[in-house]
Design a protein around this ligand. Structure first.
Ligand code: SAH
Length: 257
């Protein structure tokens, strides 16, 4: 998933910063580095600063223009050391990470674009970005080292990614629903349902445990004929749970009166 987020460094002068950015990326689980006209690359200084993240450097894509770097991207976020150069949708790194992960969850491709050490990104470059990202640093000394700025952003991406771990994506949810819809409820699920149904019928006073007659076996026959799917079973269980809650709250009310 994080493979769909690329870090784009524009016209970097110091190879050490490229290495530092590669290390920051690998630390946070990102691997796609794109370099637009780097001044000095490949370089031993980049390798030294990458400190083991040489695979990120080795697979880095070197391109001639920002346009080439952004090919295939559905969301482009450009970083800027100054907070309001041109009026543009402005986000902080945390919001940036949320946007980026929302985009990759929908199979989009995201670029985080970083500028030159001395001059940042040009206005024209910034206008290629849907959002500007500003790290809310002290305005008296607001410009971070390039690799440090990369670190801040990719850290936020990782935090947002970790927060989403274990939570099913939209597609997974749809797949689960389709699956539950297609599968019949199993014998043990039906059995649990009958137990739940019986408890609820007793709670609402429909079934007298002292005189059960043939109610449960008749209901079993009815549900057995219906070929209930797992999704339908979940709905039926949900209805029982809500019925029980409603009965419990009425009983509580009466005892308060
Ligand atoms: N003198 C330049 C500084 C560029 S710093 C300028 O004022 O634009 C190099 C790069 O690091 C920037 O282009 C940006 O990508 C990133 N960067 C540095 N400080 C940042 C901050 N506070 N917020 C967002 N990005 C920052």
């Amino acid at each position: 998933m994080l493979d769909n987020i690329r870090v784009v460094l524009v016209n970097t002068s110091h190879p050490g910063n490229i290495g530092g950015a590669a290390r920051a990326m690998k630390n946070m689980g990102l691997s796609r580095l794109v370099l637009v006209e780097p001044e000095d690359f490949p370089s031993s200084e980049a390798v030294a600063r990458a400190s083991g993240a040489t695979d990120v450097l080795d697979s880095a894509q070197v391109v001639g223009t920002l346009e080439d770097a952004l090919a295939g991207c559905t969301l482009v976020l450009g970083t800027s050391a100054r907070d309001r150069r041109i009026p543009w949708p402005l986000v902080d790194p945390r919001e940036c990470a949320t946007l980026a992960l929302e985009q990759v969850a929908q199979d989009g491709e995201v670029a985080l674009v970083f500028g030159r050490e001395y001059a940042g990104l040009t206005n024209e470059e910034l206008q290629r970005c849907q959002y500007h990202v500003h790290i809310p640093s002290d305005p008296e000394f607001g410009s971070l080292n390039l690799a440090a700025a990369v670190q801040v952003l990719v850290y936020e991406v990782r935090m947002a990614w970790l927060a989403g771990q274990g939570r099913p994506t939209k597609r997974e949810k749809l797949e689960t629903t389709a699956m539950l819809n297609a599968q019949l409820a199993t014998a043990d699920e039906l059995e649990r349902y009958y137990e739940h149904l019986e408890r609820t019928l007793v709670e609402i006073g429909f079934l007298d445990p002292a005189k059960p007659r043939h109610l449960m076996s008749r209901l079993r026959r009815l549900y057995g004929r219906a070929a209930v799917t797992r999704l339908e079973m979940n709905i039926l269980r949900g209805i029982l749970t809500e019925t029980q809650k409603a009965v419990a709250s009425q009983t509580n009310k009466r005892s308060e009166d």
